[in-house]
Design a binder for this molecule. Structure first.
Ligand code: NAP
Length: 301
């Protein structure tokens, strides 16, 4: 059983900012890890409306907050308010983790680490090595999360990264935003009507749209007929973690593909953030199993 943290006068503050933030699962998994590590911290949900972002950040400095996660709608707008932004977060154009520096706040992005973790596990098991490198990744959606997935696919050396979206203008803006990056050579964008032609080449197919997320649990970004054109060797990755599995992953499983849901990404991006905040404060490694168990319990799995 996971016990709560005792909050005293010395307890240090961590948290997550978003608007709304009440559905965030981060407090559950971070406080479970904090209790297991026995460190004097607590992790709080911090609702911050867009017009209050700068005031809130200044207030966090004033009260000595040690670090925080950033979720919708602040992942981009927080960047000019930080003293330093990691190269990775700059390339992605979004910050999800903020930490203290001598000069002020520093920002980075742990979503790429989270996204890569289950793929690297597959690679370690040596089953999918050839499919990960030099292959073709097809990414559905071109919003905030898709940016981290593009960076992750580049790190995995995919030869082709094909992003599929429903809005041609947004797709062109997405492509342009990577212009100065080394990965732009491998990146192409496509409107949704081109998807059937792309699917048969996909070694990795990633859903970054919210299609199929609770409560729309019967929806999938692909029809069953489209999924049937996918190679059974392909990895199918859904960033959604509620429900588990999604309709999309059920279709993938029926096709014989390797399914991955979004829960491990959520856990591993959180573990990477906690490791950054607590680097000098802990004797043990981040208890990823405890974080996973707390989330499964919260999700009723
Ligand atoms: P976002 O910035 O709003 O992007 C969503 C993308 O999906 C946009 O490109 C949007 O297209 C597209 N889209 C939405 N509805 C669509 C539809 N009916 N048909 C086709 N395309 C559609 O959201 P995000 O931050 O990228 O998050 C996307 C999903 O990833 C969410 O389900 C979120 O929960 C999940 N996520 C999971 C993790 C994790 O750790 N597992 C982390 C981040 C995000 P338009 O731009 O044309 O509207």
């Amino acid at each position: 059983m996971i016990t709560g943290t005792l909050i005293t006068g010395t307890t240090q503050l961590l948290g997550v900012i978003g608007y709304p933030v009440e559905h965030s699962l981060s407090p559950v998994m971070h406080n479970a890890a904090i209790a297991s590590l026995g460190v004097d911290y607590v992790y709080l949900p911090l609702p911050v409306s867009p017009e209050n972002l700068a005031t809130a950040i200044a207030g966090f400095s004033a009260i000595g907050l040690q670090g925080f996660n950033v979720t919708i709608p602040h992942k981009q707008t927080i960047m000019p308010l930080l003293s330093e932004v990691s190269d990775l977060a700059q390339a992605i154009g979004a910050v999800n983790t903020v930490y203290r520096t001598a000069e002020g706040w520093g920002g980075t992005n742990t979503d790429v680490t989270g996204f890569l973790a289950p793929l690297l596990d597959l690679q370690k098991s040596n089953l999918q090595e050839n499919r990960l490198q030099n292959g073709t990744a097809v990414i559905l959606g071109n919003g905030g999360a898709a940016r981290a997935i593009v960076a992750g696919c580049h790190q995995l050396n995919y030869a082709q990264i094909q992003v599929v979206g429903r809005n041609a203008e947004k797709l062109q803006a997405f492509l342009k935003s990577w212009e100065k990056s080394a990965l732009s050579a491998n990146l192409t964008v496509h409107t949704w009507d081109k998807l059937p032609a792309l699917l048969s080449q996909a070694d990795l197919l990633v859903n970054t749209t919210p299609i199929g997320m609770y409560p729309q649990i019967d929806a999938s970004p692909l029809t069953a007929a489209e999924m049937a054109t996918l190679s059974a060797q392909a990895i199918v990755y859904d960033l959604i973690y509620r429900p588990r599995p999604t309709q999309f992953l059920q279709q993938a499983q029926a096709q014989g593909c390797t399914p991955i849901d979004g829960l491990e990404m959520l856990i591993q991006q959180g573990a990477a953030a906690l490791a950054l905040w607590l680097q000098d404060q802990r004797q043990r490694s981040i208890p990823v199993d405890i974080m996973r168990r707390s989330l499964l319990q919260q999700l009723g799995n």
